[in-house]
Design a binder for this molecule. Structure first.
Ligand SMILES: O=C(O)C(=O)C[C@H](O)[C@H](O)COP(=O)(O)O
Length: 218
C-alpha cells in the first residue's frame, strides 16, 4: 500500500514522539538482535533504528520486528532497492541521512514512512515542498549543532526535527529543549563493545538513564 507525504510525516512524528531517543544501531549478527532489542525496550527506548550498514542488517530488522513493544525501522536508506529490502524485512519506518526524489518516491510506493535527512534550510525546504514536515537533522553536531537547528525554528516553524549525528548524553538536552525538536537519534545507548559482549544489562542501564534524564516515560 502506498503512503503520501502527509501520512508519512504524521507517522514518523508519532514514532518520534514515543521516546526522547531513537537508538541508532549497527548490528553485525542477527543472533544478538532480539536480545538487543529487548534490552532497549526494557530501558524505555522502544523505537529501534537498524542501519543498513552491516551484512546482517536485514536479518536483524526481521528479528527485531518480533520484539514485543519494539518499533523497528531501517536506517541508512540510500536507494529504492534499500527501501524494498527494508520493507520486506519488516521495517515500520525508514531513515536516511539525506533525501533524493528517487528515495522518497520509493518510500511512498512501498508505503514506508520516511524520516528523511536535511542539514540546511534549503534541504529542509525541498522536503517541505514535497510535504515532509518531520525531518532528521543530520549530521547534527557537524552541521552546527543545537544553535544551527534552533535558528531554523523561526523561519520554518512547521518542520519538526530529530537531530542525529554526534548527539550524546552531554548535548542531547540542548536539542530537546528546542521548539522544533521532537526527539534525538544516537548510537551511544548501544555501544559496539557492549553489543559484541552481549552486555544487555549495560545497554538497558544506558537506555534507562537516557530516558529518565531526557524526559521519557521510564
Ligand atoms: O546511518 C544513517 O542513516 C545516518 O544518518 C547516520 C547516523 O545517524 C549516525 O551514524 C548517528 O551516529 P552517532 O553520531 O554515532 O550517534
Amino acid at each position: 500500500m502506498t503512503i503520501d507525504a502527509k501520512s508519512a510525516s504524521a507517522q514518523t512524528l508519532e514514532i518520534c514522539n514515543t521516546a526522547p531517543v531513537i537508538p541508532v544501531l549497527l548490528v553485525e549478527s542477527a543472533d544478538t538482535a532480539a536480545a538487543l532489542g529487548q534490552a532497549l525496550v526494557a530501558g524505555g527506548l522502544p523505537v529501534l533504528e537498524v542501519t543498513l550498514r552491516t551484512k546482517a542488517a536485514l536479518d536483524v530488522i526481521a528479528a527485531m520486528a518480533e520484539v514485543e513493544g519494539g518499533i523497528v525501522g531501517a536506517g541508512t536508506l540510500l536507494t529504492a532497492q534499500d527501501v524494498k529490502n527494508a520493507k520486506a524485512a519488516g521495517a515500520k519506518f525508514g531513515v536516511s541521512p539525506g533525501a533524493t526524489d528517487a528515495l522518497i518516491d520509493a518510500c511512498e510506493v512501498e508505503g514506508l514512512p520516511l524520516l528523511a535527512g536535511a542539514a540546511t534550510a534549503t534541504e529542509a525546504m525541498r522536503l517541505l515542498e514535497r510535504g515532509y514536515t518531520t525531518q532528521k537533522f543530520f549530521p547534527a553536531e557537524a552541521a552546527g549543532g543545537a544553535k544551527a537547528l534552533g535558528s531554523l525554528a523561526s523561519p520554518l516553524p512547521q518542520i519538526t526535527f530529530c537531530p542525529t549525528g554526534g548527539v550524546s548524553p552531554d548535548n542531547a538536552a540542548s536539542y530537546l529543549k528546542l521548539p522544533n525538536v521532537v526527539c534525538v537519534g544516537g548510537s551511544w545507548v548501544a555501544p559496539k563493545d557492549a553489543v559484541a559482549a552481549g552486555d544487555w544489562g549495560r545497554i538497558t542501564d544506558l537506555a534507562r538513564t537516557a530516558c529518565k534524564s531526557l524526559g521519557g516515560a521510564v
